[in-house]
Design a protein around this ligand. Structure first.
Ligand code: ZN
Length: 281
């Protein structure tokens, strides 16, 4: 039975990678979670029909499908192949019933030092995908990543940048805001307000550990790091955010080594106060 407190709460499946997607869906449902964030490679592992069956049996929602192919490659066969993959990803987003495809837009293409050029290609790629997203009935979920990933993963690094793009791209573009990537930004609160509740497709939770031992795979459980989640939750109350919360922890050194049931239990313990609706809080 879904726990009413947790109806907006999803584990991003990357938090419990030991489980196959169908098992992760079943475990999430048993724990009372409302949803699950899905990854394309893990979806392809079991196939769409099996995933849809598991979702239908449990009633779990899918806040987002992760993730897009890079958009920053300049014109040529590589870019055409990547854009084709992005169109396929948008179709999968619709097929799995997710609101948005998480856009991890790519960093500098090989050998380049031209960040402005990478950002121009990103924008062009987004513009090209918007009509197809509309056709599929899904949104492009622009997720700014921490600037330490600007070279290799995403040259979209600020919520302000994502808001500017959404202003230009229209309602088929949305924001996936992740505290892990944005907590340090002096403009975080203002840009959430500027986005408004509707533009935020999903809100990702996690914590910044001190020390961080790995650039990519050492994210912390909510409460174990330095992020002031309670304050950020207040900002979301202030803009009447009623969308999903996804806990997303890439943690090769800790959480990925634990029993997924334990991860689920502790995730719920830590996140329950953040993910309950305003009137229940
Ligand atoms: Zn995220």
């Amino acid at each position: 039975m879904p726990d009413p407190d947790l109806r907006r709460f999803a584990l991003n499946q990357a938090t419990i990678p030991a489980l196959r997607l169908d098992a992760a869906i079943a475990a999430s449902a048993r724990s009372g979670l409302g949803g699950i964030g899905v990854w394309r490679d893990r979806l392809e592992e079991i196939g769409l029909p099996a995933a849809k069956r598991a979702l239908a049996e449990t009633g779990l929602f899918v806040p987002s499908l992760c993730k897009s192919a890079p958009l920053t490659e300049p014109e040529g066969p590589d870019r055409r192949r990547l854009m084709e993959d992005n169109r396929r990803a948008l179709e999968q987003t619709a097929e799995i019933g997710a609101d948005c495809l998480v856009m991890v837009v790519g960093g500098l293409p090989g050998g380049s030092r031209d960040l402005a050029d990478a950002r121009a290609w990103m924008r062009e790629g987004l513009e090209e995908l918007i009509p197809y997203a509309r056709e599929c009935g899904v949104r492009l979920g622009l997720e700014p990543l921490h600037p330490m990933y600007a070279a290799d993963r995403s040259c979209l690094n600020l919520l302000a940048q994502a808001n500017d793009l959404c202003d230009a791209l229209g309602p088929q573009a949305a924001i996936v805001a992740d505290v892990y990537h944005c907590w340090w930004d002096p403009d975080f609160k203002n840009q959430l307000r500027r986005a408004g509740a509707h533009r935020i497709a999903s809100f990702h939770l996690g914590d910044w550990l001190l020390p961080t031992r790995d650039l990519l795979l050492d994210r912390g459980m909510v409460g174990d790091g330095v992020i002031d989640h309670a304050r950020i939750r207040e900002w979301l109350f202030d803009i009447d955010y009623e969308g999903p919360f996804e806990l997303e922890i890439f943690s090769e050194l800790d959480w990925w080594r634990r029993d997924p049931e334990e991860v689920l239990r502790i995730s719920i313990e830590r996140c329950r106060p953040l993910v309950t609706a305003k009137e229940d809080a």
